[in-house]
Design a protein around this ligand. Structure first.
Ligand code: FAD
Ligand code: NAP
Length: 439
Protein backbone atom coordinates (compact mmCIF):
# COMPACT_ATOMS: atom_id res chain seq x y z
CA UNK A 1 0.00 0.00 0.00
CA UNK A 2 1.28 3.49 -0.87
CA UNK A 3 2.26 5.52 2.19
CA UNK A 4 -0.45 7.83 3.43
CA UNK A 5 0.01 11.48 2.53
CA UNK A 6 -0.14 14.10 5.26
CA UNK A 7 -0.29 17.88 4.84
CA UNK A 8 1.40 19.80 7.65
CA UNK A 9 0.49 23.49 7.78
CA UNK A 10 3.30 25.63 9.22
CA UNK A 11 7.01 24.99 9.91
CA UNK A 12 7.28 26.41 13.43
CA UNK A 13 8.09 24.33 16.51
CA UNK A 14 4.86 22.33 16.12
CA UNK A 15 5.17 21.83 12.35
CA UNK A 16 8.77 20.64 12.58
CA UNK A 17 8.10 17.97 15.18
CA UNK A 18 4.85 16.95 13.43
CA UNK A 19 6.86 16.47 10.25
CA UNK A 20 9.47 14.38 12.04
CA UNK A 21 6.83 12.20 13.72
CA UNK A 22 5.13 11.55 10.37
CA UNK A 23 8.45 10.35 8.96
CA UNK A 24 8.94 8.12 12.02
CA UNK A 25 5.55 6.53 11.28
CA UNK A 26 6.36 5.84 7.63
CA UNK A 27 3.91 8.48 6.38
CA UNK A 28 4.54 10.83 3.47
CA UNK A 29 4.33 14.38 4.84
CA UNK A 30 4.45 17.67 2.93
CA UNK A 31 4.81 20.79 5.04
CA UNK A 32 3.52 24.09 3.67
CA UNK A 33 5.11 27.18 5.15
CA UNK A 34 3.88 30.62 4.24
CA UNK A 35 7.17 32.39 4.96
CA UNK A 36 10.65 31.83 3.57
CA UNK A 37 12.07 29.88 6.53
CA UNK A 38 11.40 27.58 9.48
CA UNK A 39 10.99 28.60 13.13
CA UNK A 40 7.55 30.24 13.18
CA UNK A 41 7.36 33.01 15.71
CA UNK A 42 10.86 32.38 17.03
CA UNK A 43 12.42 33.74 13.84
CA UNK A 44 12.95 37.42 14.58
CA UNK A 45 12.54 39.88 11.71
CA UNK A 46 12.83 43.65 11.85
CA UNK A 47 9.31 44.07 10.50
CA UNK A 48 6.19 42.06 11.32
CA UNK A 49 5.04 39.79 8.50
CA UNK A 50 1.42 39.17 7.62
CA UNK A 51 0.26 35.74 8.75
CA UNK A 52 3.17 35.06 11.13
CA UNK A 53 3.50 35.98 14.78
CA UNK A 54 6.10 38.66 15.48
CA UNK A 55 8.48 38.94 18.43
CA UNK A 56 10.72 41.70 19.78
CA UNK A 57 14.48 41.47 19.43
CA UNK A 58 15.21 40.68 23.07
CA UNK A 59 12.72 37.84 23.67
CA UNK A 60 14.15 35.14 25.88
CA UNK A 61 12.01 32.05 26.30
CA UNK A 62 10.57 31.47 29.75
CA UNK A 63 10.65 27.69 29.49
CA UNK A 64 14.01 26.17 30.42
CA UNK A 65 15.88 24.04 27.91
CA UNK A 66 15.56 21.08 30.27
CA UNK A 67 11.77 21.26 29.91
CA UNK A 68 11.31 22.50 26.34
CA UNK A 69 13.65 20.39 24.25
CA UNK A 70 12.40 17.72 21.86
CA UNK A 71 12.77 14.46 23.79
CA UNK A 72 14.72 12.78 20.99
CA UNK A 73 17.08 15.68 20.36
CA UNK A 74 18.57 17.25 23.51
CA UNK A 75 19.54 20.90 23.44
CA UNK A 76 23.36 21.13 23.43
CA UNK A 77 25.06 21.36 26.81
CA UNK A 78 26.68 24.67 26.03
CA UNK A 79 23.36 26.38 25.28
CA UNK A 80 22.01 28.49 28.17
CA UNK A 81 19.14 27.19 30.28
CA UNK A 82 16.84 29.98 29.09
CA UNK A 83 17.56 30.72 25.47
CA UNK A 84 17.42 33.93 23.48
CA UNK A 85 15.29 33.64 20.34
CA UNK A 86 18.42 33.42 18.18
CA UNK A 87 19.56 30.34 20.11
CA UNK A 88 16.13 28.76 19.77
CA UNK A 89 16.40 29.25 16.02
CA UNK A 90 19.83 27.66 16.09
CA UNK A 91 18.36 24.66 17.87
CA UNK A 92 15.45 24.36 15.42
CA UNK A 93 17.89 24.48 12.50
CA UNK A 94 19.99 21.70 14.05
CA UNK A 95 16.83 19.65 14.58
CA UNK A 96 15.64 20.16 10.99
CA UNK A 97 19.04 19.27 9.62
CA UNK A 98 19.53 16.25 11.87
CA UNK A 99 16.22 14.68 10.80
CA UNK A 100 16.52 15.89 7.22
CA UNK A 101 13.23 17.78 7.36
CA UNK A 102 13.87 20.67 4.96
CA UNK A 103 13.33 18.64 1.82
CA UNK A 104 9.72 18.02 2.93
CA UNK A 105 8.93 21.72 3.37
CA UNK A 106 7.53 23.96 0.63
CA UNK A 107 8.41 27.52 1.63
CA UNK A 108 6.54 30.64 0.51
CA UNK A 109 3.46 28.49 0.12
CA UNK A 110 0.26 29.39 1.96
CA UNK A 111 -2.56 27.02 2.60
CA UNK A 112 -5.72 28.88 1.54
CA UNK A 113 -8.38 26.22 2.00
CA UNK A 114 -8.83 22.77 3.47
CA UNK A 115 -12.04 20.90 2.67
CA UNK A 116 -13.39 17.39 2.86
CA UNK A 117 -13.44 15.45 -0.41
CA UNK A 118 -16.91 14.50 -1.71
CA UNK A 119 -16.11 10.84 -0.85
CA UNK A 120 -14.77 11.78 2.61
CA UNK A 121 -17.12 9.34 4.38
CA UNK A 122 -15.39 6.38 2.74
CA UNK A 123 -11.89 7.76 1.93
CA UNK A 124 -11.33 10.16 4.85
CA UNK A 125 -9.43 12.40 2.42
CA UNK A 126 -9.00 16.17 2.28
CA UNK A 127 -8.47 18.64 -0.51
CA UNK A 128 -5.82 21.21 0.34
CA UNK A 129 -5.58 24.36 -1.79
CA UNK A 130 -2.25 26.19 -1.61
CA UNK A 131 -0.95 29.39 -3.16
CA UNK A 132 2.60 30.14 -4.15
CA UNK A 133 3.82 33.08 -6.24
CA UNK A 134 0.21 33.93 -7.08
CA UNK A 135 -0.56 30.45 -8.42
CA UNK A 136 -3.13 28.20 -6.74
CA UNK A 137 -2.83 24.45 -6.61
CA UNK A 138 -5.02 21.71 -5.14
CA UNK A 139 -3.81 18.36 -3.81
CA UNK A 140 -5.36 15.41 -2.01
CA UNK A 141 -4.15 14.29 1.43
CA UNK A 142 -5.14 11.51 3.79
CA UNK A 143 -4.64 13.71 6.82
CA UNK A 144 -3.99 17.34 7.67
CA UNK A 145 -2.02 18.59 10.69
CA UNK A 146 -2.71 22.23 11.45
CA UNK A 147 0.41 23.78 13.04
CA UNK A 148 -0.29 27.36 12.07
CA UNK A 149 0.30 28.92 15.51
CA UNK A 150 -2.03 30.86 17.79
CA UNK A 151 -0.34 34.22 18.33
CA UNK A 152 -0.52 35.43 14.76
CA UNK A 153 -3.01 38.26 14.86
CA UNK A 154 -2.90 41.23 17.19
CA UNK A 155 -5.92 41.87 19.35
CA UNK A 156 -6.10 45.61 19.83
CA UNK A 157 -9.23 46.33 21.90
CA UNK A 158 -9.44 50.00 20.97
CA UNK A 159 -13.04 50.32 22.12
CA UNK A 160 -11.86 49.71 25.70
CA UNK A 161 -10.06 53.05 25.64
CA UNK A 162 -12.43 56.01 25.26
CA UNK A 163 -10.74 59.09 23.85
CA UNK A 164 -7.96 57.18 22.09
CA UNK A 165 -9.10 58.64 18.78
CA UNK A 166 -8.12 62.12 19.95
CA UNK A 167 -4.88 61.06 21.66
CA UNK A 168 -2.00 62.73 19.83
CA UNK A 169 0.69 60.27 20.87
CA UNK A 170 1.37 57.02 19.10
CA UNK A 171 0.03 53.68 20.13
CA UNK A 172 0.93 50.22 18.97
CA UNK A 173 0.47 46.55 19.73
CA UNK A 174 3.32 44.46 21.12
CA UNK A 175 3.35 42.66 17.77
CA UNK A 176 4.77 45.88 16.30
CA UNK A 177 7.26 46.49 19.12
CA UNK A 178 10.81 45.51 18.16
CA UNK A 179 13.31 47.37 20.34
CA UNK A 180 13.46 50.16 22.96
CA UNK A 181 15.51 52.76 21.03
CA UNK A 182 12.60 54.69 19.52
CA UNK A 183 11.22 55.25 23.02
CA UNK A 184 14.37 56.86 24.36
CA UNK A 185 13.50 59.70 26.75
CA UNK A 186 9.75 59.28 26.33
CA UNK A 187 7.05 58.61 28.87
CA UNK A 188 5.44 55.33 27.98
CA UNK A 189 2.35 53.53 29.19
CA UNK A 190 2.37 49.78 28.71
CA UNK A 191 -1.10 48.27 28.94
CA UNK A 192 -1.41 44.67 30.09
CA UNK A 193 0.61 42.54 32.42
CA UNK A 194 1.05 39.33 30.45
CA UNK A 195 4.56 38.23 29.54
CA UNK A 196 4.78 40.68 26.63
CA UNK A 197 3.65 43.61 28.78
CA UNK A 198 6.12 42.96 31.59
CA UNK A 199 9.04 42.14 29.28
CA UNK A 200 8.48 45.35 27.33
CA UNK A 201 7.94 47.51 30.41
CA UNK A 202 11.19 46.23 31.95
CA UNK A 203 13.13 46.70 28.75
CA UNK A 204 11.80 50.21 28.14
CA UNK A 205 12.51 51.21 31.71
CA UNK A 206 16.23 51.30 30.92
CA UNK A 207 15.91 53.99 28.26
CA UNK A 208 12.49 55.64 28.50
CA UNK A 209 12.04 58.67 30.72
CA UNK A 210 9.37 56.85 32.71
CA UNK A 211 7.38 53.68 32.21
CA UNK A 212 3.89 53.15 33.57
CA UNK A 213 2.54 49.62 33.63
CA UNK A 214 -1.24 49.59 33.58
CA UNK A 215 -3.13 46.51 34.70
CA UNK A 216 -6.81 46.01 35.30
CA UNK A 217 -6.45 43.00 37.58
CA UNK A 218 -2.78 42.49 38.46
CA UNK A 219 -0.83 39.27 38.18
CA UNK A 220 1.30 36.83 40.11
CA UNK A 221 4.83 37.16 38.83
CA UNK A 222 6.88 33.98 38.70
CA UNK A 223 10.59 33.94 38.02
CA UNK A 224 13.06 31.99 35.95
CA UNK A 225 15.78 31.58 38.56
CA UNK A 226 14.37 29.50 41.43
CA UNK A 227 15.83 27.96 44.59
CA UNK A 228 19.58 27.43 44.47
CA UNK A 229 19.66 29.03 41.04
CA UNK A 230 17.89 26.20 39.23
CA UNK A 231 15.27 26.96 36.55
CA UNK A 232 11.80 27.44 38.01
CA UNK A 233 10.00 24.92 35.79
CA UNK A 234 12.74 22.34 36.27
CA UNK A 235 12.42 22.76 40.04
CA UNK A 236 8.64 22.70 40.34
CA UNK A 237 7.31 20.66 37.40
CA UNK A 238 8.01 17.06 38.25
CA UNK A 239 6.08 13.82 38.58
CA UNK A 240 6.18 14.22 42.35
CA UNK A 241 4.74 17.73 42.15
CA UNK A 242 2.08 16.48 39.75
CA UNK A 243 1.14 13.80 42.28
CA UNK A 244 0.80 16.47 44.96
CA UNK A 245 -1.26 18.54 42.54
CA UNK A 246 -3.62 15.61 42.02
CA UNK A 247 -4.01 14.97 45.75
CA UNK A 248 -4.18 18.49 47.21
CA UNK A 249 -6.97 20.98 46.40
CA UNK A 250 -5.88 23.82 44.12
CA UNK A 251 -6.83 26.43 46.72
CA UNK A 252 -4.24 25.02 49.13
CA UNK A 253 -1.58 24.82 46.43
CA UNK A 254 -2.40 28.41 45.48
CA UNK A 255 -1.99 29.46 49.09
CA UNK A 256 1.49 27.94 49.40
CA UNK A 257 2.70 29.13 46.04
CA UNK A 258 1.43 32.66 46.64
CA UNK A 259 3.10 32.65 50.03
CA UNK A 260 6.38 31.72 48.31
CA UNK A 261 5.98 34.36 45.62
CA UNK A 262 5.15 36.97 48.25
CA UNK A 263 8.23 35.98 50.22
CA UNK A 264 10.26 37.14 47.23
CA UNK A 265 8.31 40.39 46.98
CA UNK A 266 4.93 41.24 48.45
CA UNK A 267 2.55 41.56 45.51
CA UNK A 268 0.21 43.86 47.45
CA UNK A 269 3.06 46.18 48.33
CA UNK A 270 4.06 46.36 44.69
CA UNK A 271 0.49 47.02 43.50
CA UNK A 272 0.35 43.74 41.58
CA UNK A 273 -1.78 41.39 43.69
CA UNK A 274 -4.58 39.93 41.57
CA UNK A 275 -7.87 38.50 42.78
CA UNK A 276 -7.27 35.19 41.02
CA UNK A 277 -5.07 32.42 42.37
CA UNK A 278 -1.62 31.83 40.95
CA UNK A 279 -2.56 28.51 39.35
CA UNK A 280 -5.81 29.86 37.91
CA UNK A 281 -4.23 31.90 35.10
CA UNK A 282 -1.49 31.61 32.51
CA UNK A 283 1.77 32.32 34.38
CA UNK A 284 3.64 35.57 33.99
CA UNK A 285 7.39 35.14 34.39
CA UNK A 286 9.87 37.93 35.00
CA UNK A 287 12.84 38.17 37.31
CA UNK A 288 13.52 41.87 36.80
CA UNK A 289 10.15 43.54 37.35
CA UNK A 290 10.34 43.98 41.16
CA UNK A 291 13.74 45.56 40.79
CA UNK A 292 12.47 48.02 38.17
CA UNK A 293 9.47 48.88 40.38
CA UNK A 294 11.44 49.40 43.57
CA UNK A 295 13.85 51.65 41.72
CA UNK A 296 10.93 53.69 40.39
CA UNK A 297 11.66 53.04 36.71
CA UNK A 298 8.37 51.19 36.30
CA UNK A 299 5.30 52.53 38.06
CA UNK A 300 2.32 50.25 38.38
CA UNK A 301 -1.04 51.82 37.54
CA UNK A 302 -4.63 50.62 37.40
CA UNK A 303 -6.68 50.30 34.22
CA UNK A 304 -6.89 53.27 31.87
CA UNK A 305 -10.22 55.04 32.14
CA UNK A 306 -9.79 57.31 29.13
CA UNK A 307 -7.35 59.21 26.99
CA UNK A 308 -7.22 62.92 26.36
CA UNK A 309 -5.16 64.52 23.57
CA UNK A 310 -2.07 64.33 25.69
CA UNK A 311 -2.69 62.01 28.56
CA UNK A 312 -3.84 58.73 29.94
CA UNK A 313 -6.27 58.97 32.84
CA UNK A 314 -6.30 56.00 35.14
CA UNK A 315 -9.31 54.58 36.95
CA UNK A 316 -9.73 55.28 40.58
CA UNK A 317 -6.36 56.89 40.81
CA UNK A 318 -5.10 59.81 42.85
CA UNK A 319 -2.31 61.87 41.35
CA UNK A 320 0.41 61.49 43.87
CA UNK A 321 2.05 58.09 44.03
CA UNK A 322 2.13 56.51 47.45
CA UNK A 323 5.86 56.36 47.97
CA UNK A 324 7.09 55.07 51.30
CA UNK A 325 4.30 56.04 53.67
CA UNK A 326 6.27 55.88 56.87
CA UNK A 327 8.83 58.33 58.07
CA UNK A 328 12.34 57.58 56.88
CA UNK A 329 14.36 56.02 59.66
CA UNK A 330 11.27 55.05 61.64
CA UNK A 331 12.17 51.40 61.18
CA UNK A 332 8.61 50.59 60.09
CA UNK A 333 8.00 48.60 56.95
CA UNK A 334 6.76 50.68 54.01
CA UNK A 335 3.12 50.14 53.14
CA UNK A 336 3.60 50.59 49.44
CA UNK A 337 6.49 50.71 47.01
CA UNK A 338 6.01 53.57 44.52
CA UNK A 339 3.04 51.60 43.29
CA UNK A 340 -0.35 52.70 44.48
CA UNK A 341 -2.20 49.50 45.17
CA UNK A 342 -5.76 49.64 46.37
CA UNK A 343 -4.59 49.31 49.97
CA UNK A 344 -2.98 52.69 50.37
CA UNK A 345 -4.71 55.89 49.41
CA UNK A 346 -3.47 59.38 50.07
CA UNK A 347 -6.08 61.88 51.20
CA UNK A 348 -8.06 63.35 48.36
CA UNK A 349 -6.86 66.83 49.31
CA UNK A 350 -3.34 65.95 48.29
CA UNK A 351 -4.24 64.83 44.83
CA UNK A 352 -6.08 67.66 43.22
CA UNK A 353 -3.49 69.70 41.41
CA UNK A 354 -3.88 68.58 37.88
CA UNK A 355 -6.97 66.55 38.49
CA UNK A 356 -5.71 63.37 36.91
CA UNK A 357 -2.46 61.70 36.26
CA UNK A 358 -1.18 63.24 33.08
CA UNK A 359 1.41 61.24 31.35
CA UNK A 360 2.75 63.02 28.36
CA UNK A 361 5.99 64.95 28.57
CA UNK A 362 4.15 68.19 28.00
CA UNK A 363 1.87 67.56 30.91
CA UNK A 364 4.70 66.74 33.20
CA UNK A 365 5.84 70.29 32.72
CA UNK A 366 2.39 71.43 33.69
CA UNK A 367 2.36 69.10 36.63
CA UNK A 368 5.73 70.40 37.76
CA UNK A 369 4.49 73.98 37.72
CA UNK A 370 1.41 73.02 39.63
CA UNK A 371 3.48 71.21 42.22
CA UNK A 372 5.57 74.28 42.87
CA UNK A 373 2.37 76.21 43.53
CA UNK A 374 1.62 73.58 46.12
CA UNK A 375 4.46 74.77 48.26
CA UNK A 376 3.52 78.41 48.36
CA UNK A 377 -0.17 78.90 47.72
CA UNK A 378 -3.37 78.22 49.57
CA UNK A 379 -5.62 75.39 48.37
CA UNK A 380 -8.07 77.78 46.78
CA UNK A 381 -5.37 79.59 44.87
CA UNK A 382 -3.86 76.26 43.96
CA UNK A 383 -7.11 75.05 42.45
CA UNK A 384 -7.59 78.16 40.32
CA UNK A 385 -3.91 78.60 39.48
CA UNK A 386 -3.47 74.99 38.56
CA UNK A 387 -6.44 75.04 36.30
CA UNK A 388 -5.35 78.18 34.46
CA UNK A 389 -1.73 77.10 34.20
CA UNK A 390 -2.79 73.74 32.90
CA UNK A 391 -4.92 75.34 30.21
CA UNK A 392 -2.20 77.80 29.19
CA UNK A 393 0.57 75.25 28.92
CA UNK A 394 -1.57 72.76 27.11
CA UNK A 395 -2.42 75.46 24.55
CA UNK A 396 1.24 76.29 24.07
CA UNK A 397 2.16 72.67 23.73
CA UNK A 398 -0.57 72.02 21.24
CA UNK A 399 0.29 74.88 18.94
CA UNK A 400 3.93 73.81 18.97
CA UNK A 401 3.10 70.38 17.67
CA UNK A 402 2.43 69.31 14.12
CA UNK A 403 -1.17 68.33 13.45
CA UNK A 404 -1.98 64.74 14.34
CA UNK A 405 -0.65 62.28 11.84
CA UNK A 406 -3.35 61.02 9.46
CA UNK A 407 -1.80 57.56 9.44
CA UNK A 408 -2.10 57.13 13.18
CA UNK A 409 -3.80 53.79 12.64
CA UNK A 410 -3.08 50.48 14.32
CA UNK A 411 -0.55 48.64 12.22
CA UNK A 412 0.34 51.66 10.12
CA UNK A 413 2.44 53.46 12.62
CA UNK A 414 4.97 51.00 13.82
CA UNK A 415 8.54 50.72 14.90
CA UNK A 416 11.53 49.04 13.39
CA UNK A 417 15.10 49.81 12.55
CA UNK A 418 15.15 52.16 15.51
CA UNK A 419 12.76 54.58 13.91
CA UNK A 420 9.09 55.14 13.39
CA UNK A 421 7.74 54.14 10.06
CA UNK A 422 5.93 57.48 10.08
CA UNK A 423 8.06 60.46 10.99
CA UNK A 424 5.22 62.95 11.35
CA UNK A 425 3.56 60.66 13.78
CA UNK A 426 6.76 60.31 15.72
CA UNK A 427 7.19 64.04 15.94
CA UNK A 428 3.72 64.40 17.38
CA UNK A 429 4.24 61.68 19.95
CA UNK A 430 5.44 62.17 23.40
CA UNK A 431 3.60 59.28 24.88
CA UNK A 432 3.50 55.90 23.30
CA UNK A 433 0.92 53.42 24.38
CA UNK A 434 1.67 49.80 23.93
CA UNK A 435 -1.47 47.71 23.88
CA UNK A 436 -0.51 44.25 24.75
CA UNK A 437 -2.88 41.43 24.15
CA UNK A 438 -2.97 38.35 22.09
CA UNK A 439 -6.24 36.89 23.31
C1 FAD B 1 6.48 36.55 22.38
C2 FAD B 1 6.14 35.10 22.64
C3 FAD B 1 6.91 34.35 23.51
C4 FAD B 1 6.58 33.03 23.78
N1 FAD B 1 7.33 32.36 24.71
C5 FAD B 1 7.04 31.08 25.01
C6 FAD B 1 7.76 30.36 25.97
O1 FAD B 1 8.63 30.91 26.62
N2 FAD B 1 7.49 29.06 26.17
C7 FAD B 1 6.50 28.44 25.47
O2 FAD B 1 6.29 27.24 25.66
N3 FAD B 1 5.76 29.11 24.58
C8 FAD B 1 6.00 30.40 24.33
N4 FAD B 1 5.25 31.09 23.42
C9 FAD B 1 4.16 30.38 22.75
C10 FAD B 1 4.49 29.95 21.30
O3 FAD B 1 3.25 29.93 20.71
C11 FAD B 1 5.20 28.61 21.21
O4 FAD B 1 6.47 28.71 21.84
C12 FAD B 1 5.52 28.09 19.81
O5 FAD B 1 6.29 29.01 19.09
C13 FAD B 1 4.31 27.75 19.01
O6 FAD B 1 4.78 27.13 17.82
P1 FAD B 1 3.82 26.82 16.60
O7 FAD B 1 4.63 26.04 15.62
O8 FAD B 1 2.57 26.19 17.11
O9 FAD B 1 3.39 28.23 16.01
P2 FAD B 1 4.28 29.36 15.33
O10 FAD B 1 5.61 29.43 15.90
O11 FAD B 1 3.42 30.58 15.36
O12 FAD B 1 4.43 28.86 13.81
C14 FAD B 1 3.34 28.81 12.91
C15 FAD B 1 3.89 28.76 11.50
O13 FAD B 1 2.80 28.49 10.61
C16 FAD B 1 2.92 29.30 9.45
N5 FAD B 1 1.58 29.45 8.90
C17 FAD B 1 0.50 29.99 9.50
N6 FAD B 1 -0.58 29.92 8.70
C18 FAD B 1 -0.17 29.31 7.56
C19 FAD B 1 -0.82 28.97 6.35
N7 FAD B 1 -2.13 29.20 6.15
N8 FAD B 1 -0.09 28.38 5.36
C20 FAD B 1 1.22 28.11 5.53
N9 FAD B 1 1.88 28.42 6.67
C21 FAD B 1 1.19 29.02 7.67
C22 FAD B 1 3.52 30.59 9.97
O14 FAD B 1 4.18 31.31 8.94
C23 FAD B 1 4.50 30.07 11.04
O15 FAD B 1 5.77 29.84 10.48
C24 FAD B 1 5.51 32.42 23.14
C25 FAD B 1 4.72 33.18 22.27
C26 FAD B 1 5.03 34.51 22.03
C27 FAD B 1 4.15 35.32 21.11
N1 NAP C 1 9.49 35.82 27.32
C1 NAP C 1 8.53 35.00 26.95
O1 NAP C 1 8.70 33.83 26.98
C2 NAP C 1 7.23 35.56 26.47
C3 NAP C 1 7.14 36.90 26.14
C4 NAP C 1 5.94 37.39 25.64
C5 NAP C 1 4.85 36.54 25.48
N2 NAP C 1 4.97 35.23 25.82
C6 NAP C 1 3.82 34.31 25.63
O2 NAP C 1 3.02 34.77 24.58
C7 NAP C 1 1.63 34.56 24.88
C8 NAP C 1 0.88 35.89 24.80
O3 NAP C 1 1.30 36.74 25.88
P1 NAP C 1 0.91 38.31 25.93
O4 NAP C 1 1.49 38.88 27.14
O5 NAP C 1 1.25 38.92 24.63
O6 NAP C 1 -0.70 38.30 25.98
P2 NAP C 1 -1.68 37.88 27.18
O7 NAP C 1 -1.04 36.88 28.05
O8 NAP C 1 -2.98 37.56 26.53
O9 NAP C 1 -1.83 39.22 28.07
C9 NAP C 1 -2.61 40.27 27.61
C10 NAP C 1 -2.69 41.37 28.67
O10 NAP C 1 -3.45 42.45 28.13
C11 NAP C 1 -4.50 42.79 29.05
N3 NAP C 1 -5.69 43.25 28.34
C12 NAP C 1 -6.37 42.59 27.38
N4 NAP C 1 -7.42 43.32 26.96
C13 NAP C 1 -7.41 44.45 27.69
C14 NAP C 1 -8.24 45.59 27.75
N5 NAP C 1 -9.30 45.70 26.95
N6 NAP C 1 -7.94 46.57 28.61
C15 NAP C 1 -6.86 46.47 29.44
N7 NAP C 1 -6.03 45.41 29.43
C16 NAP C 1 -6.30 44.42 28.57
C17 NAP C 1 -4.79 41.50 29.79
O11 NAP C 1 -5.41 41.82 31.00
P3 NAP C 1 -6.35 40.77 31.77
O12 NAP C 1 -5.39 39.77 32.36
O13 NAP C 1 -7.03 41.62 32.77
O14 NAP C 1 -7.25 40.16 30.74
C18 NAP C 1 -3.40 40.92 29.95
O15 NAP C 1 -2.75 41.50 31.06
C19 NAP C 1 1.60 33.90 26.25
O16 NAP C 1 1.58 32.51 26.05
C20 NAP C 1 2.93 34.29 26.86
O17 NAP C 1 3.43 33.36 27.81
C21 NAP C 1 6.12 34.74 26.33
Amino acid sequence: MAPRRVAVIGAGASGLCALKCCLDEGLEPTCFERSKDIGGLWRFEEHPEDGRASIYRSVIINTSKEMMCFSDFPIPEDFPNYMHNSKIMEYFRMYAQHFDLLRHIRFRTSVCRVSKRPDFASSGQWEVVTESEGKQEAAIFDAVLVCSGHHTNAHLPLSSFPGLEKFEGCYLHSRDYKSPQPFFGKRVVVVGIGNSGIDIAVELSHTAKQVFLSTRRGSWVLYRVADNGYPFDFSYLSRFMQLIHNLVPTSILNFFMEWKLNARFDHTLYGLKPKHGVLDQHPTVNDDLPNRIISGRVRVKPNIQEFTETSAIFEDEPVISCKLQNKPGSGQKPQSISAPGKRVRPEKSSVDCSGFVLYSKRCVVVHGLVSSYLLSLSWVRLGIGAHLQLQRDTEVARTALPSPCPSRQPGRCWLGDNKWSCSLCCAAADTVTCLVNHK
